[in-house]
Design a protein around this ligand. Structure first.
Ligand SMILES: NC(=O)C1=CN([C@@H]2O[C@H](COP(=O)(O)OP(=O)(O)OC[C@H]3O[C@@H](n4cnc5c(N)ncnc54)[C@H](OP(=O)(O)O)[C@@H]3O)[C@@H](O)[C@H]2O)[C@@H](O)CC1
Ligand SMILES: Nc1ncnc2c1ncn2[C@@H]1O[C@H](COP(=O)(O)OP(=O)(O)O)[C@@H](O)[C@H]1O
Ligand SMILES: [K+]
Length: 507
């Protein structure tokens, strides 16, 4: 699914109105209808509904929602906030429609002192500002936002299209923004809905289709995307009947150190469960038995060092390096100086795309000159702290996203910034957000599992872009299946590996 800017969404609305064709009032009726359907499905008519409406078309949606709720027997009040002396034409038309049918449902607000008393358990619908917000909320409207946010603990708040005050395409940190429990957004994600800095404002996000014209959606280019099941079905390659283990590549995994052999085991098991043909793990002496017992399907090479690895480059003379289709390096590796030196030498000897994670990333942060030595097309998987260590801090998530994308382009790498919506920046400037996954994955070792999956997919011959999009999706999907089976609390990184099978079966 593409992510559109506020300007593109306005164009999509206008295109739909021209080409379907449909009047803008009918399109508003359809958008509000989708929200009303959602509300009927989630709350019964016993709870009073207060719909706070701005003077633009977001407010217009709110006025229609109030009428549709009344039609179904809900007690709905449209509280119109007169922040501007001029209402949009569709707002005005829907105000008149509500006034005609349910005159007692209109309540006008001209100042904070007009704010109504809300009975306990009310539903608050925030239809004040949507994608038309052009500047931060100021003046007495700030007081309204604060009032709504004070009520958030006792009432359910549902934002229409965007929580009011949130800019669709830029950072709104430090700006007054409504805090919603749920956001019902139209047709496509907006960038702001995917940013961690807005998590407390958007709550759970639902994308409701309002039938915007498919020609606009498919033909309009977008830099930002959210990956989905349909995209994965085009990437996934089923196995051919005559395939053998050589078809699926031999991967080398360089991972583990004293006290962190679990990271190596998790990566190895994930790699094996994600379809690698053959796997060799390079581990320090202390990890030999651990690895052979915990991952018997993998082969094991031991480093001369006891507690950490520092000689993994040695088996990689040009003749030997070609046997490995890819290398996954970093989980639990440690950051000893000798390990960093071996990483430098490995990057001199190995020219194909690799997966770089965890301590290999921390080594990059300590020796930034190594970044330019990473083979083009490689996959880097930092979590936000690792990203900051390598690429520096930023003032907000939008600035960080730009930095991420710019670095992926400059270094010609795929960089995955892990999180609720892992952002995958590509060398061509495109960014894909992964929507699978859940907070149950916020547990030690989840990232090691991702490294194993990505290594397996590269080894099987998936192109780096296909591997990174499919790998992130499968990882999150396996996490979702694990949470459904065991709960977010009880699942562990090991259960994510156990659920890779069902995840592949769902593709
Ligand atoms: N046919 C369609 O197009 C469809 C549109 N749809 C819906 O329309 C929404 C977009 O509507 P929109 O473009 O009217 O903008 P909206 O978000 O209501 O805000 C504009 C109003 O806010 C004002 N304003 C802005 N910033 C402000 C500030 N900081 N502080 C104070 N005022 C501020 C601005 O006033 P002005 O800037 O002129 O002073 C104007 O009055 C979209 O999110 C979706 O919900 C759906 O029904 C589907 C069909
Ligand atoms: N709230 C969440 N929603 C979705 N995915 C999450 C969430 N929290 C963590 N994850 C995923 O879990 C993984 C955690 O990786 P990482 O922080 O490197 O863990 P570790 O270092 O313990 O292996 C990432 O892929 C991340 O996207
Ligand atoms: K809103």
């Amino acid at each position: 699914m593409k992510i559109f800017s506020a300007a593109q969404i306005r164009e999509a609305d206008a295109y739909t109105i021209r080409h379907e064709p449909i009047s803008s009032l009918q399109l508003m009726e359809r958008a509000a209808g989708a929200c009303a359907q959602w509300l009927y499905g989630h709350f019964d008519a016993s709870r009073p509904c207060y719909i706070f409406c701005g003077m633009g078309n977001n407010g217009g949606d709110g006025l229609v929602i109030a009428r549709l709720l009344q039609d179904k027997g809900y007690q709905a009040t449209a509280c119109v906030l007169h922040h501007s002396s001029k209402a949009s034409a569709d707002h005005q038309a829907n105000r008149e429609a509500l006034e005609r049918q349910y005159p007692q449902s209109l309540y006008d607000i001209h100042a904070v002192t007009d704010f109504p008393e809300l009975p306990a358990g009310s539903i608050i619908v925030d239809a004040i500002f949507g994608t038309g917000l052009s500047r931060p909320i100021e003046g007495w409207m700030t007081g309204i936002v604060h009032k709504l946010n004070d009520l958030q603990a006792r009432h359910t708040v549902i934002a229409i299209d965007l929580p009011s005050g949130l800019l669709a395409d830029a950072s709104s940190v430090l700006m007054p923004v409504v805090h919603a429990h749920h956001t019902l957004s139209f047709e496509v994600y907006k960038l702001a809905l995917l940013m961690p800095e807005n998590a407390a404002r958007t709550g759970q996000v639902y994308i409701l289709s309002i039938g915007l014209h498919p020609a606009y959606l498919t033909q309009t280019p977008a830099r930002f995307h959210v990956t989905d099941a349909a995209m994965m079905r085009t990437i996934y390659q089923p196995r051919q009947p005559f395939a053998h283990k050589g078809t699926f590549g031999h991967a080398l995994l360089v991972a583990g150190s004293y006290g962190k052999m679990g990271a190596a085991v998790l990566s190895a098991q994930a790699c094996l469960h994600a379809g690698v043909g053959l796997l060799t793990c390079h581990v320090p002496q202390c990890g030999y038995l651990v690895m052979q017992i915990s991952a018997p399907c993998a082969m094991c090479i031991t480093d001369p060092q006891e507690a950490y690895s520092a000689h993994f480059h040695e088996g990689l003379s040009p003749a030997e390096a070609v046997k490995y289709k890819t290398i996954g390096i970093g989980p639990g590796l440690g950051t000893a100086t000798a390990t960093a030196k071996a990483l430098e030498l490995l990057l001199e000897q190995y020219q194909q795309p690799v997966v770089i994670d965890a301590d290999a990333l921390n080594i990059m942060a300590a020796y930034p000159f190594l970044l330019s030595r990473i083979p083009p097309g490689s996959l880097l998987t930092p979590h936000p702290k690792e990203f900051e260590r390598i690429f520096g801090s930023t003032r907000n998530d939008f600035e960080r996203l730009e930095r991420l994308s710019q670095q992926a382009t400059q270094l010609q790498l795929y960089i995955l910034l892990k999180g609720r919506y892992t952002a995958i920046a590509c060398p061509d400037g495109a960014v894909y957000f992964n929507a699978t996954g859940n907070p149950g994955m916020a547990t030690g070792g989840s990232g090691d599992v991702l490294t194993g999956i990505l290594t397996a997919l590269l080894a099987q011959g998936y192109a780096p872009k296909a591997a990174v999009l499919l790998g992130a999706y499968l990882h999150g999907l396996a996490g979702d299946i694990a949470a459904a089976r065991l709960s977010q609390e009880a699942m562990t990184a090991e259960t994510i590996i156990d659920c890779l099978g069902p995840a592949f079966l769902q593709l």
